[in-house]
Design a protein around this ligand. Structure first.
Ligand SMILES: *Cc1c(COP(=O)(O)O)cnc(C)c1O
Length: 350
């Protein structure tokens, strides 16, 4: 299953889902009922797994739209079964989530047999479609935590089978698990970041060499001027020019998902096939770029993430500079940005 929560990691959930299903994905994973409903409203009929228990006031929508539920408490299993009965639904699918060490959500391993029994007891309204867990350290390839989580998961599955419960589909792996830990692949994997062509962690770059980023972030120069030595720029005048230089303004800012702090950590964009530093703080709707002695014109392409000529800037480059990960960068790309799915980069069309 491909993970399209957070608007498809900023890429646009519906279009990503359609492309992934066409390419052979079995189904989709989302974090929230509303994300599943958006996919259903777009006409997507594939299986959609909601990855954690949901607030009680969302259970009606979950059942009504035929989403697969995740459960890890008796109370939530009962709420699902009651809702299915009210709506005359038979076979509402449930996956049990077991916490093997992430300590975010999930049942303790010693509670899973009881939960499996509860799902069976609430048949035919409910059916047990799978049992899963989530890996905490899969992107740290040398960490012993992953093997330990797999071992705990296997023990839970054995116990369920001994108790006469068919666990259904078994799944543990996120992108890092699927790529780096073949033992975590099982009946399916839940792949998010890797499908978008982004390594889960820069330390996995070599293993991810064949991934190609699905997304580029491109703007165009909106204004050009020469700034004199001794002048300063942007809010707070935090950057002062020590020589006369050409400055380009680009109409994209933190309201679009370009972090305000990016200039302070050496953030660069590509103009004219070369890396150029962002100067001064990124403002809500615009940022400024130091062109040095080079010239550019209004309308020139500015690549913030992606390739131009021989140069590349990746989401993980921003993440590393900002002390975060590529995930956070692409998820923050806001609704205001127009998304183009033609598959052509602006440079291709020039
Ligand atoms: C977000 C998420 C994933 C996908 O993780 P990636 O690292 O993006 O592949 C898989 N499973 C669960 C439970 C998640 O929350």
């Amino acid at each position: 299953m491909v993970v399209v929560k957070a608007n498809g990691y900023g890429h646009g959930a519906v279009r990503v889902a359609e492309a992934a299903l066409e390419a052979g994905a079995h189904g989709l994973c989302v974090a929230l009922v509303q994300e599943g409903v958006e996919l259903r409203r777009a006409g997507i009929e594939a299986p959609i797994l909601v990855l954690s228990e949901q607030p009680r006031d969302q259970v009606g929508e979950l059942v009504a739209h035929g989403l697969i539920a995740t459960a890890y408490t008796v109370a939530f299993i009962d709420a699902l079964a009651d809702e299915a009965r009210r709506r005359d639904v038979v076979g509402q699918e449930v996956h049990l989530k077991v916490d093997t060490g992430m300590n975010r959500v999930g049942a303790r391993p010693d509670a899973v047999v009881e939960l499996g029994g509860r799902v069976l007891a609430r048949s035919p309204q409910l059916s047990l479609g799978g049992v899963f867990t989530h890996l905490a350290c899969a992107d740290d390839v040398a960490s012993p935590v992953t093997a330990d989580q797999i071992r705990r998961f296997d023990a839970v599955v054995d116990e369920l089978r001994h108790a006469g419960v068919d666990p259904g589909w078994l799944h543990l792996a996120n992108s890092a698990g699927a790529i780096a830990h073949s033992d975590a692949r099982r009946d399916m994997v839940r792949v998010g970041i890797a499908m978008y062509g982004i390594a889960p962690d820069p330390s996995m770059d070599a293993m991810c060499a064949t991934l190609r980023p699905a997304l580029g972030l491109v703007s165009r120069v909106s204004f050009v001027k020469t700034v004199n030595a001794g002048e300063s720029i942007s809010y707070g005048h935090r950057h002062r020019f020590d020589r006369t230089t050409n400055v380009a303004t680009v109409p994209i800012g933190y309201a679009d998902g370009v972090p305000r702090r990016l200039s302070a950590v050496g953030g660069e964009v590509l103009i004219g096939g070369r890396r150029r530093p962002i100067v001064g703080v990124v403002t809500m709707d615009q940022l400024m770029v130091d062109m040095g002695d080079d010239r550019c014109a209004i309308g020139d392409e500015v690549v913030l993430i992606g390739r131009q000529g021989d140069e590349v800037v990746t989401a993980n480059d921003w993440g590393t500079a900002l002390g975060t990960i590529g995930y956070e960068i692409v998820c923050a790309l806001s609704a205001r940005l127009p998304r183009d799915y033609s598959g052509e980069t602006p440079s291709d069309t020039q």
